[in-house]
Design a protein around this ligand. Sequence first.
Ligand code: HEM
Length: 120
Amino acid sequence: MQLSLYQTIGPHHIKQLIHDFYQGVQTDQFLVPMYRDGFAVAEDRLHLFMMQYLGGPTTYSDQRGHPQIRKRHAHFAMNEETKTHWLRHMNKALDQSKMLDEHKEYLRSYFTKTAEFLIS
Ligand code: HEM
């Protein structure tokens, strides 16, 4: 049986990454006002989304339906500036993660491309 990327990277590393990311976002006065449902909810959603994206349990879609992440970001201020702030916190969380370097670089590239897609 082939392991999912979620298992290969390590569920605890994914959970920690998303937690550390939101610790950073919460200190960013530029981003804070965007998170109207609160950070616990946002952290849970992104964690479940990444779990599913990486081939793990599909709890995200069971709870939220099809991801449609472009549509779900449509009512936020998605632009070069918010992208830079978002990626700064994600890259910082990746820098401090204990996952393997090759996994960090895979995720760094994925987040950068997806953020670009979301503002385009
Ligand atoms: C470009 C910069 C980005 C900004 C400013 C941004 C901002 C936000 C905000 C404000 C929310 C709402 C949080 C809430 O649920 O209350 C959100 C949700 C979410 N974001 Fe982003 N985001 C960005 C990039 C990304 C990227 C790159 C991904 C995927 C890798 C992503 C995945 C998600 C997911 C899965 C949700 C939850 C959607 C839902 O179920 O409602 N975001 N984002």
